[in-house]
Design a protein around this ligand. Structure first.
Ligand SMILES: CC(C)[C@H](C(=O)O)[C@@H](O)C(=O)O
Ligand code: SF4
Length: 475
């Protein structure tokens, strides 16, 4: 059932149509071809076991790419020494992936690879993620890759097995939602603030069953790192995926990367990719518009990512029992200003905000300042590449001189599976994407924020508007 050529199509429609092997019917889902399958140590073991139990081989090891990120320690260790895993389970997960990747000829960026990193940081960095592709991973933040105009979404472990075995997935076509962010944000307002504002507007289930296309001047003005931050959090509004039309910014970022097309193939790819943007008149099931100039630096007050408020705002009144529960957990009083709240830890990292531009924004605030007494600040680059780049720019020196800890790459305190965590009752200002109860350690309280806001919290020990610490030159 291919639409006739004159029907205007969205970016999502175009990528979907190009990968549909078999159309869905009322009774059965369709079959979608997958271009890139990313895997990590947490959601792949049972899938490999399922394949082995049925005597199946990995169909396209060359379209599969593995890394280790969730369970890996971020502490330094010497070459030849065993990594200082937090638990035996963490070690076994990593070792299992090493064996599974080797025995199935899947490229693994494990210990020793200069491309190891959080799966949603290293895939794009390698140039593995490209416009117009379908990308899946057994991980809910796979939407990150949609920043390149790919259709990228998270799948469950059973589906990881399906894709390993067949390179295809059974899917029903999701609905479409366009979020247009008009205008330009003011100084000190980053991609993270924009997406927290979008999620606050949509609610945690406002995007359910949909693929979001982000559009508008404020989105187009973002660099690729910012676009990845926005797409990354699509799942936090319940959406299946987030996408942004590829443009010159996308092509310039990808050009020359290890797995990006080269020479004539590059030119041919750019011509193809340039046709992916939504056609004028393309239909969306739903549309919302926002104005970037109205967005301030955002922080969350609750235990769901849709509880963002502007940093100058007040914690809202409880509107339901679950709101009250969130207030109690967070130890916030309705009506209190959120700025000025005491902070115990700061985490700058995660697949939302651990890329080079994120670290530059944090360093700009920390330069020449000290982490406040009693505060622990962790800066965890998203990949070995980001770490090396940051060190080449001297950012590590700024963090270390400020008294922050400069760590090895990984998911770290975003999910607290590797030993990095907040203690019960501690307030953690975090650049990650989830503030669920216990996400960063049992009883730890998470406030989501941008890298600049997190850095401002580190140096003041309080939730602080980062604009108050910015040089007048940046006004
Ligand atoms: C461990 C993994 C399955 C999980 C996910 O799916 O997102 C994790 O990455 C997260 O952020 O919660
Ligand atoms: S950094 Fe956090 S959100 Fe991203 S993949 Fe790792 S645990 Fe999930």
């Amino acid at each position: 059932m291919s639409p006739d050529d004159s029907t205007p199509r969205s970016l999502f429609d175009k990528v979907w149509d190009a990968h549909q092997v078999k159309a869905e019917t009322a009774e059965t889902p369709g079959v979608l071809y997958i271009d890139l399958h990313l895997i990590h140590e947490v959601t792949s073991p049972q899938a490999f076991s399922a394949l082995a139990a049925r005597g199946l081989k990995v169909r396209r090891p060359d379209r599969t790419l593995a890394t280790i990120d969730h369970s890996t320690p971020t502490l330094d260790f010497k070459a030849g020494e065993a990594p200082p895993y937090a638990t035996r389970a963490a070690q076994l997960q990593v070792e299992r992936l090493e064996v599974n990747a080797a025995s199935n000829s899947i490229p693994l960026h494990g210990w020793g690879s200069e491309y190891r990193g959080v799966v949603h940081v290293m895939g794009p960095e390698l140039g593995a993620t490209q416009p117009g592709m379908t990308v899946v991973c057994g991980d809910s933040h796979t939407a990150t890759h949609g920043a390149f105009g790919a259709l990228a979404f998270g799948i469950g472990t059973t589906e990881v097995g399906h894709v390993l075995a067949s390179q295809c997935l059974l899917q029903r076509k999701p609905k479409s939602l366009r979020v247009t962010v008009n205008g330009r944000p003011g100084r000190g307002v980053s991609a993270k603030d924009i997406v927290l504002a979008i999620i606050a507007r949509l609610g945690i289930d406002g995007g359910t069953g949909s693929v979001i296309e982000y559009a508008g001047e404020a989105i187009e003005a973002l660099d690729m790192e910012g676009r990845m931050t926005v797409c990354n959090m699509s799942i936090e509004a319940g959406a299946r995926a987030g996408m942004i039309a590829p443009d010159e910014t996308t092509f310039a970022w990808l050009k020359g990367r290890k797995l990006a097309p080269k020479g004539a193939a590059w030119d041919e790819a750019v011509t193809r990719w340039s046709q992916l943007a939504s056609d004028p008149g393309a239909r969306f099931d739903r549309e919302i518009e926002m104005d970037a100039s109205e967005i301030a630096p955002m922080v969350t007050w609750g235990t769901a990512p849709d509880t963002g408020i502007s940093i100058g705002g007040h914690v809202p009144d409880a509107r339901s029992a679950s709101h009250q529960k969130a207030l109690d957990y967070m130890q916030f009083e309705a009506g209190q200003p959120i700025a000025g709240t005491k902070v115990n830890q700061v985490f700058i990292g995660s697949c939302t905000n651990s890329r080079i531009t994120d670290l530059r924004q944090a360093a700009e605030i920390m330069r020449g300042r000290q982490v406040a007494p009693g505060v622990r600040a962790l800066v965890v680059p998203g990949s070995v590449q980001v770490r090396q780049q940051a060190e080449a720019e001297g950012l590590d020196q700024i963090f270390v001189a400020a008294g922050a800890q400069w760590r090895q790459p990984g998911c770290s305190m975003c999910i607290a599976m590797n030993g990095d965590r907040g203690e019960a009752g501690e307030l953690v200002v975090s650049t990650s994407n989830r503030n669920f109860e216990g996400r960063q350690g049992p009883g730890a309280r998470t406030v989501l924020a941008s890298p600049a806001t997190a850095a401002a919290a580190a140096v003041t020990g309080l939730i602080t508007d980062p604009r108050s610490l910015m040089e007048p030159a940046h006004v």
